[in-house]
Ligand binder design. Structure first.
Ligand code: GDP
Ligand code: MG
Length: 733
């Protein structure tokens, strides 16, 4: 006889969920997204004799409120999919904090088995946990495990199957929240059950708690279900809130949280934990922190670490990046030789291979960077960086969690706003999260770097390093100031109390590092790869069509013929001895005609016409039509700015891609000067994020409106800044 069960794996971030999930499911796992959201969904299978256990890995969360997408996904999954058992993985060294989530599973009433993980690490810190007592007081099975070595995992699955086989009803385990709230809860629950209010979906007491917690998602569903009853519940919550504020200077949410912790503390005091060491003894972690988060040494060390990270990333990825470049170069050449001249060839070479190759070429760099960041993250250091910058960020209406998003987006040098925007998921306050994800794209991402380098090299070549440093600092200031602006206008609102967890330092495992690196890299390949392919084709088409009208084409054919008459080709072949200079003159003139034709075709292309039309506004900031085309191309992907400028300035041939020579052309062009260079550079730094980022912002923010907002807002800001600089600068130069 075979049986089949479905269980969910849940726990705090960093509790070892990934490690356990991989240990249990090995290669038999499936990764996708939860329907409608970008949170990753992993599913895998574990077999225990004749029993098949389907395991769903829920996103790591500290709570089941509706603060973040992860939390909503986790609880919606539990409620709508009703797994038979939830395996709650807990970091044994941080029992108190981890059990907070557990209390919320109890409120839901779902059968729980606790996987008490990292007992090895806890033991090293002198913490011993009596799992029998813990199980007794919590009223659920507790199985100690070491996910990293697989110790105890079989026992964990046996216990899970035993619980699942019982097919227990969901049964809310009431926790007391104090007299005022308890009586309100009873009152609310009574109204909820008698009104049959959402009770087909959620447990009645749970709905009542969510109303008390002012949970937007549930309140919204409630209003749709029965507006009158919902209003009554809200009124009752209002009343108890007022009462609490008057009598205890607190509010229901805080009260509920306090009592959950109180419940945990009560259990932990009953001899569940024993410390082998003297209590005042500093743990190793705390000792390290004395130095690494020291007010003076901390920032110094942080600077060194970040410098090392980027040196590592850029130096070691250079070689594999160049391999990939040659591979794509080789592909382009082969296609060049094998395909007949014409639009198809141009599409495949310039549109597809160059466009997609440009992005995939970054994969080694991205991978190295994520690997370095995985080390910082898995070891626990990154949390310290956020901790140190938290105070500064608070002034600007953000908090420590925003720091990571900035760094990933290129805050130090090179990076990408896509992972940066995704990193904002760790922010719990939606307003702070929005302000962070809208400003993270101001950082200098890896695609903007070569563009900045080009302009700095062309117009400020004496002090390159200082200028680069200046523009990096400027980006942080611009991002923070605009974040503040957003936080006092469209994103006004309370800042949530930011409890910064400082997890103990750990030695990362290679396996863990590789898994985390690969997860992120694959997302980049998938997201960037598909979108960029489409964009490259569109840009190519815009710069190619509609092409030249027949009569203009005719004109160039005629010009070529005139040259050929003046310098007969036979001479070149050497049949008649003619001076070598004449042969050279002939090919020079023919090349000039080719260039003129390409220029005219470009002016006449869809992109060219837009560029020319925009000149009527863009002259304020000093941009000419060719710059405009490149800037429009840059909205697709910032890398495109360089190649488009190169094409537009008709460098032709191979040196088109070399920023050095494009830089020289611009520096020598009478239409350019340092003021215009600076104005364009600033515009590029701050205008609309690239298309992939906009898609990502829209998805993360849950609406296309925010993606559109970031494009418009950033572009207007960048244009005003560029205009100011250009106009004022032109007065002096
Ligand atoms: P997640 O964020 O919950 O997915 O946590 P991970 O699985 O990424 O684990 C976080 C860190 O804890 C990693 O560095 C793991 O190697 C480490 N870890 C996981 N399980 C154990 C364990 O049983 N013992 C020890 N010492 N470390 C563990
Ligand atoms: Mg993980």
């Amino acid at each position: 006889m075979t049986a089949e069960f479905r269980i969910a794996l849940a726990g705090n971030p960093n509790s070892g969920k990934t490690t356990l999930f991989n240990a249990l499911t090995g290669s038999r796992q499936h990764v996708g997204n939860y329907p409608g959201v970008t949170v990753e969904k992993k599913e895998g299978v574990y077999r225990l004799e004749n029993t098949k256990i389907n395991i769903v890995d829920l996103p790591g969360t500290y709570s089941l409120t509706a603060y973040s997408e992860e939390e909503v996904v986790a609880r919606d999954f539990l409620i709508f999919e009703k797994p038979q058992v939830i395996v709650n993985i807990i970091d044994a060294a941080n029992l108190e904090r981890n059990l907070y989530l557990t209390t919320q599973f109890f409120e839901l009433g779902i059968p729980v088995v606790i996987a008490l993980n990292m007992i090895d690490a806890a033991r090293d810190r002198g913490i011993e946990i009596k799992e029998d007592r813990l199980a007794e007081y919590l009223g659920v099975p507790v199985v100690p495990i070491i996910a990293r070595t697989g110790f105890g995992t079989q026992k964990l699955m046996e216990e899970t199957v035993r619980q699942a086989a019982k097919k227990k009803e969901w049964n809310s385990k009431p926790i007391s929240y104090g007299e005022d709230i308890d009586s309100t809860l009873l009152d609310l629950e009574e109204k909820i059950t008698s009104g049959n209010f959402l009770t087909d979906t959620y447990p009645g007491r749970w709905i009542a708690i969510k109303y008390l917690e002012n949970d937007q998602q549930i309140k919204e569903r409630g209003r749709k279900e029965n507006a009158a009853l919902s209003a009554l519940l809200e009124k009752k919550v209002e009343a108890v809130s007022l009462h609490l504020r008057e009598t205890m200077e607190t509010y229901p949410e805080a009260m509920v949280a306090d009592h959950r912790y109180g419940y945990i503390k009560g259990i932990l005091q009953k001899g569940v934990i024993s410390h082998k060491y003297d209590k005042d003894r500093l743990y190793t972690s705390d000792r390290i922190d004395k130095v690494l988060t020291n007010r003076f040494l901390g920032p110094l060390f942080m600077g060194l670490v970040l410098f090392a990270l980027y040196t590592f990333t850029f130096n070691y990825s250079e070689l594999p990046v160049s391999w990939l470049e040659s591979l794509f170069g080789y592909l382009a050449q082969t296609a060049e030789h094998m395909l007949p001249d014409g639009h198809l060839k141009s599409l495949i070479v310039s549109g597809i291979i160059d466009g997609v190759g440009g992005v995939l070429g970054f994969v080694p760099l991205i991978m190295f960077m994520f690997f370095g960041i995985a080390i910082l993250e898995d070891s626990g250091y990154l949390a310290r960086v956020a901790f140190m910058l938290d105070r500064i960020f608070r002034i600007f209406g953000l908090n420590g969690s925003s720091v990571m998003a900035y760094i990933l987006s290129g805050g130090i040098a090179g990076g990408c706003a896509v992972p940066g925007v995704m990193a904002t998921r760790t922010l719990r306050s939606p307003k702070e999260r929005m302000a962070t994800l809208l400003t993270a794209p101001f950082m200098n991402c890896g695609a903007k770097l070569p563009v900045l380098a080009l302009f700095i090299g062309a117009f400020f070549s004496e002090n390159k390093a200082q200028y680069m440093f200046f523009f990096t600092i400027l980006s942080w200031m611009v991002a923070l100031v605009l974040a503040k602006l957003l936080r006092v206008t469209v994103l006004r609102g309370e800042s949530t109390p930011f409890v910064l967890e400082l997890p103990p330092y750990r030695f990362p495992t290679l396996k863990g590092l590789f898994i985390h690196t690969w997860e992120k890299t694959w997302q980049y390949i998938k997201k960037a790869g598909t979108v960029i392919l489409g964009i490259s084709i569109i840009i190519w088409a815009m710069m190619t069509y509609p092409g030249l009208p027949a009569k203009d084409k005719e004109k160039f054919v005629q010009q070529r013929q005139e040259v050929e008459v003046a310098y007969p080709a036979a001479n070149v072949a050497g049949k008649m001895a003619i001076p070598e200079e004449e042969a050279a003159e002939r090919s020079r003139m023919l090349a000039a005609i080719d260039r003129a034709e390409a220029q005219m075709a470009l002016r006449n292309s869809a992109a060219g016409r837009v560029g020319i039309a925009l000149e009527s506004v863009s002259f304020l900031a000093g941009f000419d039509w060719r710059t405009n085309i490149a800037l429009i191309g840059g909205v697709a992907a910032k890398e495109v700015i360089l190649s488009t400028l190169g094409t537009a300035y008709s460098l032709g041939g191979d040196n088109q891609k070399e920023s050095g020579s494009l830089g020289k052309t611009l520096a020598a062009d009478p239409g350019w000067n340092p003021v215009k260079g600076l104005s364009v550079l600033l515009f590029i730094s701050y205008y609309a994020p690239c298309f992939v980022t906009v898609v990502c912002i829209s998805r993360e923010a849950g609406s296309w409106k925010w993606g559109a907002f970031s494009m418009i807002f950033n572009t207007i800001f960048a244009f005003l800044l560029a205009t100011l600089v250009f106009q004022v600068g032109s007065l002096f130069c």
